[in-house]
Design a protein around this ligand. Structure first.
Ligand SMILES: C[S@@+](CC[C@H](N)C(=O)[O-])C[C@H]1O[C@@H](n2cnc3c(N)ncnc32)[C@H](O)[C@@H]1O
Length: 264
């Protein structure tokens, strides 16, 4: 996949998080983990439709929300007028240095063309002593030990979906699909952050049936993977999603919430 990730998100913005509140639930869980106080100047970096912005506003934070996708920002601005929302590249922020207490980026850093540039910008706009936290895409994590999530057997849908993606990844063209694993600790340390922390956020999302699961898959980043498959494989992938066991309805996902503090 050669085009920048935000273009895919711009295309799917109307449906994004509308089939199932996957990102909204994660946003709530992430904000609970970070527990920002009222009045906190919070930057939602790669805000999408406001998964983090909504719970941050509910806590009385002063929220600035930026995303490279104009359609995402339009939805966010309409739904959450209390936030200051801008179309902006996370890798080159048009925001003053040292102007936020907390910068949060949920499921964005690993889809940037240059993840280190995004993390460096988060550092620049944070006030000394402020914290940057992000989720998604880290290849180095301790939360799942041997790669097995606790209770994975009680919620096999995630494991089955992962196995499907792994199987079909063999059919992607070179450089296919969106995003790449990042190393959260390296990224944070290289940008100058200290006091590194790894916490966890978890969601459980119920899908009425596999048709809904498919519509959800097509409404966010999974779509890049599916569109990058050759047409015959894409049809097979679709069929295999529809054939997943009918009784297995709850998708449980856990992400690390990796964060570091800009030295005071
Ligand atoms: C998986 S979505 C996450 C959105 C939101 N944080 C959430 O949790 O729902 C990734 C978001 O990153 C945005 N994005 C991708 N590249 C970007 C960039 N260079 N600058 C700003 N936003 C970007 C996309 O437009 C998309 O909204």
């Amino acid at each position: 996949m050669e085009e920048s990730a935000w273009k895919l998100f711009d295309r799917v913005a109307a449906d994004y998080d509308q089939v199932a509140p996957f990102f909204a639930e994660f946003g709530r869980a992430i904000v609970d983990v970070l527990d920002p106080p009222a009045g906190c100047r919070l930057l939602d970096l790669g805000c999408g439709r406001g998964a983090l912005t909504a719970p941050a506003l509910a806590r009385g934070c002063a929220v600035t929300a930026v995303d490279a996708s104009p359609a995402m920002v339009e939805h966010l601005a309409a739904d959450f007028p209390a936030a200051s929302a801008y179309v902006m590249d996370a890798q080159a922020l048009d925001l003053p240095s040292e102007s936020f207490d907390l910068v949060v980026s949920s499921f964005v850093v690993h889809v940037l063309d240059d993840p280190a540039a995004g993390v460096a910008e988060a550092y620049r706009v944070l006030a000394p002593g402020g914290r940057f936290a992000f989720t998604g895409g880290s290849a180095r994590t301790s939360y799942d030990g041997r790669g097995v999530q606790p209770d994975a057997d009680a919620f096999p849908l995630g494991r089955r979906l992962d196995a499907l993606f792994q199987e079909f990844a063999a059919h992607l063209p070179p450089n296919g699909s969106m995003g790449r694993p990042v190393d959260a600790a390296d990224l944070l340390e290289e940008a100058g952050f200290g006091d590194l922390r790894e916490e966890q956020a978890e969601v459980r999302i119920e899908f009425g049936d596999n048709a809904m699961l498919w519509r959800w898959a097509m409404s966010h980043g999974y779509r890049a993977f599916i569109e990058d498959l050759p047409v015959d494989r894409r049809e097979e992938f679709h069929r295999r999603v529809l054939e997943l066991p009918a009784g297995d309805r709850v998708l449980r996902r856990v992400t690390g919430v990796w964060s570091g503090r800009r030295p005071a």
